[in-house]
Design a protein around this ligand. Structure first.
Ligand code: ZN
Length: 223
């Protein structure tokens, strides 16, 4: 079930009060339109009717796609320490309940970044596994090793047998694209599976570049 609440919000820029609908839960099966809004970046966004100030509401949200057996817990923060605490909390709370027993075969993801949330939805919608995609992103970004620190790579789309990645260079303020053939994905995915990676979760997971680096170093989620 998708759940929302209405909140009165004071604009941080012009102090005008306005009412915002905040979603705490999105269930894809019940709310396909809401999912479309999420993918276009409209969900939980504050948009001041008076001065057009724009920003993300600081509210957690749970995304649930029963068909794809995907659950993403999103808790927005830019603070890496708080992010780790929130992740530890969700694992702890989950272990204390019987939640994991009900979610057998699921991919369970935690993210603190709105763009990463949208990216994960897109990755699974296109039938890919985000762990293999994160490994390929590392390969893409290391193509220009001197600039890898100043670049963020995101899954863009899958078209004509090729996966397109978007690379944002925030020093040069440029957007690049890089395409990878489906075959590369299949090779990476199969070798990860052969090395013991499972395409489902045993617990909540934070699958990002740090995770992909650990995967490449031989760590798998079945240990
Ligand atoms: Zn305003």
């Amino acid at each position: 079930m998708s759940i929302n609440l209405k909140q009165s919000v004071k604009c941080p820029q012009c102090s005008q009060m306005s009412e915002v609908t905040v979603w705490s839960s999105i269930t894809v099966k019940d709310s396909p339109d809401l999912k479309a809004d999420l993918l276009s970046g409209k969900v939980n966004m504050f948009n001041c009717p008076s001065c057009s100030h724009f920003g993300l509401m600081p509210h957690p949200m749970l995304y649930h796609d029963e068909e794809k057996k995907l659950m993403i817990s999103f808790s927005p923060t830019n603070d890496p320490v708080l992010k780790q605490q929130l992740f530890d909390n969700i694992r702890k709370t989950s272990a204390q309940s019987d939640e994991l027993e009900k979610l057998v075969g699921y991919n369970l993801r935690f993210t603190a970044d709105y763009n990463e949330l949208l990216e994960k939805v897109l990755i699974f919608d296109n039938g890919f596994n985000d762990k293999a995609i994160e490994v390929i992103k590392l390969m893409v970004i290391s193509g220009d090793i001197d600039k890898s620190e100043q670049r963020v790579c995101r899954f863009g789309k899958f078209e004509n047998g090729e996966i397109e990645f978007m690379i944002h260079d925030f020093i040069e303020n440029q957007l690049y694209t890089s395409t990878v053939p489906l075959q590369t994905y299949e090779t990476v995915y199969n070798s990860l599976i052969e090395s013991g990676m499972k395409n489902y979760s045993f617990d909540w997971e934070m699958v990002d570049s740090v995770y992909a680096t650990r995967l490449l170093n031989g760590f798998n989620n079945n240990f």
